[in-house]
Design a protein around this ligand. Structure first.
Ligand SMILES: Cc1ncc(COP(=O)(O)O)c(C=O)c1O
Length: 447
């Protein structure tokens, strides 16, 4: 169909059956689907033309806002210029340009980038690089991987193994062997209604020493944590926790990986959370915000010493037997470069930092709303825990999401009975007010 004859607004599909919608209750969704036709800046537009304010940057991705002209143009031009070169043994200039730009944003000597297409692939890549690096440096017995309870690292076998979400693991066999978990850092009694990093909980990093005592450091290859656990309901790191984890890893020669798929690209007011906390991990995984959600793209930034360790042996031999057909795809690279330009030119990371207090105050204004058990905020992120219905955990939040979308023109993410908010970083102060006003109405409605 030519552009001239293409309908401006997509029509309602006449059959919802074939598509198995991911991480979604399919039967409930298909009875009353939440379909989105277009988007611009802070808003989605539904098929029937209603404006819906985006309270979650899609799924923590669209940090620059939706359908931004410079990014759209870059993608269009790239599609017309170079569709696809082989990703192995060949490459294209924008892959190197984007890698340099990301390396420049990452702190310390985190300056080499391996590209993939999703957060799950980035996590698998980081875990494999850790194992391979330990091999190459003569520490091949370091094969154990340590994750954390309530961690989310995507849905690959590596990610669900180090992840700590029961539902994501229990149906899928035994996953990777030799994985252990740190305790999560949330304690409502100690931390309820905290803005930013809670005072209580740094000591939980010492559990790594316990795991070392149990397994011996010589068997442990890497620890992976989200600096702020996102998908299990926004758990900001306790003050000093990440610093302590770094110290313990250093003491035992264990690699530390920060999964910054959510926290990367300005969400916490800095390019990466590593910068906010002054902690340099050995690897950072990123995805989502790197292209502001426009084209799938992800990767791992690793420290110079890791990259250099692989650069040995005959020069015609592949140094790391790993990669994806679409690693550094030209469309994704073009989108990534244009996105980083928008972040820089509009100072969006700084904007997130400047808005953090106002955002936190607006979120906390919902304290005392019936049924609200806790509110947590960090950067431009907030979570609101609602009391679960005794017979139906998750139902209250699901109803809130439905009513938010269909009746209040508001989109947000849910996990259990928690509402999670993480708007595009272009959000205005008025829009912050609008979002929490609508969230308050929705919560009262489903109480
Ligand atoms: C911290 C973290 N890691 C990994 C992933 C997986 O990313 P993807 O869904 O792109 O595979 C996510 C997704 O939300 C995430 O939040």
């Amino acid at each position: 169909m030519s552009l001239a004859t293409r309908p401006l607004a997509p029509t309602v599909p006449n059959d919802l059956e074939a598509f198995f919608v991911p991480f979604t209750p399919n039967r409930a969704f298909k009875k009353n689907p939440r379909l989105i036709a277009r988007a611009k800046d802070m808003h989605y537009i539904t098929l029937d033309g209603r404006k819906v304010i985006d309270g979650s940057a899609g799924m923590w991705c669209c940090n620059a806002g939706h359908n931004r002209d410079p990014i759209v143009t870059a993608i269009q031009q790239q599609a017309a210029e170079l569709d696809y070169p082989p990703a192995f043994q060949f490459s294209h200039p924008k892959a190197f340009e984007l890698a340099s730009r990301i390396a420049a944003l990452a702190p310390g000597d985190l300056d080499h980038v391996f590209f993939c297409n999703s957060g799950s692939e980035a996590v698998d890549t980081a875990l494999k690089v850790a194992l391979a690096y330990n091999n190459v440096r003569g520490e091949a017995s370091r094969v154990r991987l340590i994750g954390r309870e309530r961690g989310y690292h995507g849905v690959g076998f590596g990610g669900i193994s180090v992840g700590g979400i029961v539902a994501n693991r229990k149906m899928f066999g035994t996953a990777l062997a030799g994985v252990d978990h740190l305790p999560h850092t949330y304690n409502r009694e100690q931390q309820a209604f905290t803005k930013g990093e809670p005072e209580w909980g740094a000591h939980l990093a010492d559990e790594l020493d316990r795991l070392v005592a149990l397994h011996d450091a010589s068997t442990i290859g890497a620890v992976i944590v989200e600096p702020m656990a996102g998908s299990t309901g926004v758990l900001p790191p306790p003050k000093g926790y990440l610093q302590r984890l770094r110290q313990i890893c250093d003491k035992h020669g264990i690699l530390l990986i920060f999964d910054e798929v959510i926290t990367g690209f300005g969400r916490l007011g800095t390019a990466f959370a590593a910068e906010r906390y002054g902690v340099i991990p050995d690897m950072i995984t990123f995805a989502k915000g790197v292209t502001s959600g426009t084209v799938p793209m992800a990767g791992v930034v690793m420290r110079k010493g890791i990259y250099d360790t692989f650069m040995r042996g005959p020069e015609h031999v592949i140094e790391l037997f790993h990669g994806y057909t679409y690693s550094a795809h030209p469309l994704a690279c073009a989108a990534g470069i244009a996105t980083l330009d928008v972040y820089r030119d509009e100072k969006l990371f700084e904007r997130a930092a400047a808005l953090e207090d106002k955002w936190a105050d607006a979120a906390m204004s919902l304290k005392g709303t019936p049924g609200v058990l806790d509110i947590r905020t960090l950067g431009l992120v907030a979570a609101i825990d609602m009391a679960s219905k005794p017979d139906a955990v998750g139902k209250r939040a699901y109803d809130a999401m439905e009513k938010g979308f269909h009746e209040h023109g508001l989109l947000f993410r849910i996990t259990g009975d928690t509402i999670a908010l993480s708007p595009p970083l272009i959000i205005s102060e008025n829009e912050i007010g609008e979002i929490f006003d609508k969230v308050g109405k929705v919560i009262r409605q489903v109480n």
